[in-house]
Ligand binder design. Structure first.
Ligand SMILES: [Zn+2]
Length: 381
């Protein structure tokens, strides 16, 4: 579970130097002697061997100090992203994260499996020309000792969640905040200042709270996080920025449809994927299938002009069949591979489209009310 061989790249990302490990037995206050530390490259485990067996049910404090780098080549983990600023005619850089799948371990040492739920305390150091955002609200910033222009941003403890949901961004982005009468928590769009000023964030800023309000009512569960920040990342593999930014006079209806669907899908993950998650990555079709299916329901409530309910068949079932017929098709439930990254070679579109088709099938034989009540009950537990 503890990744990274000291000095060895992990898919292009370096954890610099050997992590320093300290284990304290909390019942005696004594340091537990470590005899060996090594790395299981195949399974990405960092293995710590003690001079005696640890005692079951006793509490131990494990502290691991490590250095990690921002990747310049990857587009997941903690990486450098960029955008072009047309006002100043320059390329600007930012640091962003994409941990979904198994990439939190590329940024920090952790128990990086979806079933391990924890709270996180995030502190980010940044130059005064940048700002930062993370899952929970910023509590305070303080000048870093010995500098005159660097700050620590201290964020509130997160709600309990899986590692792959941790996210942060350090950028010179501006932000615009919603004042929705329906959805009372803060919803912000983070994007380059000029795009916000030119009105590109307004559509998402209206749609996102409306979708969150819709899901709260549908599932009868309040949105669990403190706030919602949506950041326009220009090179993110999964979500293109044009799917967060939209201008009614300069963009097409097709982009408005795509943006609506991406938002409806991602925000449905607040329930399927965040509130409940699968034990292991082999079951990720559950979160993707349900989020895809409910994106159509969410759109029907917020952008009914697209007639989304009529599109489920063509956009999921028929589209899924097109891929399913190919030689590289695979079961929805991934077989358990020894190296978890092997599943990354699968065609993940199957998870979304076939997964959503299965949920629609369930709706067909259970009926809408039974499906919804069953899900409400499941999400409440
Ligand atoms: Zn998804």
């Amino acid at each position: 579970m503890f990744p990274h061989n000291p000095g060895v790249t992990y898919k292009g990302q370096l954890i610099v130097a050997e992590p320093k490990v300290l284990v304290i037995d909390l019942s005696t206050g004594e340091i537990v002697n470590i005899v060996k530390q090594d790395y299981d490259e195949l399974r990405e485990f960092y293995v710590i061997t003690f001079d005696h067996l640890l005692i079951s049910r006793r509490k131990y404090l494990l502290t691991i100090t490590f250095d990690s780098e921002v990747s310049l080549t990857r587009r997941d983990g903690l990486y450098r992203s960029q955008y072009f600023d047309p006002v100043r005619n320059v390329t600007k850089f930012l640091a962003a994260t994409q941990f979904a799948g198994l990439n939190a371990r590329a940024a920090f040492v952790c128990f990086d499996e979806p079933e391990f739920i924890a709270t996180f305390n995030v502190t980010i150091g940044r130059h005064q020309s940048f700002n930062s955002a993370s899952n929970s609200p910023l509590i305070y910033s303080q000048l870093i000792n010995g500098t005159d222009s660097w700050y620590w941003d201290n964020f509130a403890t997160t709600v309990p969640m899986s590692t792959y949901l941790v996210a942060f961004i350090v950028s010179d982005y501006g932000s615009i905040e919603s004042n929705s009468s329906q959805f009372e928590k803060s919803v912000r769009i983070l994007a380059p200042e000029s795009t916000i000023q030119n009105g590109y964030a307004n559509y998402s800023l209206t749609l996102a709270p409306a979708l969150l309000f819709t899901y709260e009512n549908l599932f009868e569960i309040k949105y669990a996080m403190y706030k919602m920040d949506l950041a326009a990342i220009y090179d993110l593999m999964h979500v293109r920025p044009e799917n967060l930014l939209y201008h009614p006079e300069r963009d097409t209806e097709k982009s408005r449809f795509q943006l609506s669907q991406v938002l409806a899908h991602e925000l449905a993950h607040q329930y399927f994927g965040n509130l409940v998650t699968s034990e292991w990555i082999t079951g990720f079709w559950l979160k993707e299938g349900f989020a895809t299916y409910f994106s159509f329901i969410g759109m029907n409530a917020t952008v009914p002009e697209f007639e989304p309910l009529h599109l489920i068949t063509t956009n999921t079932i028929q589209a899924a069949m097109e891929i399913d017929v190919l030689g590289d098709s695979h079961p929805l439930q991934f077989p358990d591979k020894e190296n978890p990254h092997d599943t990354e070679n699968y065609n993940s579109v199957i998870l979304y489209l076939k997964g959503a088709s299965i949920v629609r099938l369930m709706e067909g034989f259970l009926g809408w009310n039974v499906l919804l009540e069953g899900l409400q009950e499941y999400l409440r537990r």
